[in-house]
Design a protein around this ligand. Structure first.
Ligand SMILES: [Fe+2]
Length: 238
């Protein structure tokens, strides 16, 4: 655990308590922080999302478009087997999809912001990358430091959440093929400098549990405001 000399924020206390109360050792998301399902979606289903990746040029590191709520619900339904087993086992059962976007990484390099090893400052939650097209080895891979999700961290500012000393070769790299899905806990360290210029087209979803131990309660004003701001989808229909 990394306590250093910093004071825990209220949210970080909740994350710490939550980690103490997790017991299931047979869950890939718990053990590694990363779970890959190859060839999960059929090609025709992936093709129905190509409309989100229509750009005049690719002279940027990253661009995103909002996914429609209808499309997000379609995907969540098809992910029900994984959500109802591994994800509920890891996060708890009161789940919401709080982000749903189509993201393309373009042909510009970058070492800023999320293009550094980092965690998302949100405690345990699961991000899902769905590969709409094959991503080749000339594109930016998904980097993940295996097992880093199990390490409790505290931070007092943005720089504390960036880990520039972690080398690229220490991290697991995943180049998804069309229809592959990667699930990872954003409390673990992920990403690295983008020095590749090939395209990567993914749908990104974020799944969060709302409970006492996440400091996000869907009955509280704060929790409801967060859900409304993100147009979150309650996962009670799969
Ligand atoms: Fe991130």
């Amino acid at each position: 655990m990394e306590f250093k000399n910093k004071n825990l924020t209220k949210s970080q206390y909740f994350y710490f308590l939550r980690d103490l109360f997790f017991y299931n050792k047979n869950n890939n998301l718990f053990n590694k922080g990363l779970l890959i399902k190859n060839n999960y979606f059929e090609n025709s289903f992936m093709d129905s999302f190509s409309k989100y990746f229509d750009y005049d040029n690719f002279n940027f590191p990253t661009k995103r478009k909002n996914l429609s709520e209808t499309d997000a619900r379609k995907i969540l339904k098809k992910l029900s087997i994984v959500i109802n087993s591994e994800i509920k086992d890891y996060l708890g059962s009161n789940l919401y999809c709080t982000e749903y976007d189509a993201i393309i990484t373009g042909n510009q390099v970058s070492t800023d912001g999320s293009y550094q090893p980092h965690h998302d400052q949100r405690g345990r939650r699961v991000k899902i990358f769905i590969y709409v097209k094959d991503s080749k080895e000339d594109s930016h891979p998904l980097y993940y430091l295996i097992g880093s999700n199990r390490k409790f961290r505290k931070w007092s500012n943005y720089q504390d959440t960036r880990f520039k000393n972690i080398k690229e070769h220490q991290m697991h790299k995943f180049y998804g093929k069309k229809g592959d899905v990667a699930f990872f806990d954003t409390h673990g360290l992920h990403s690295h400098n983008k020095y590749k210029t090939g395209l990567r087209c993914i749908i990104k979803l974020v799944i969060e549990n709302f409970s006492f131990f996440n400091n996000l309660n869907d009955k509280s004003n704060k929790g409801q405001a967060y859900l409304k701001k993100n147009n979150a989808i309650k996962i009670d229909f799969i």
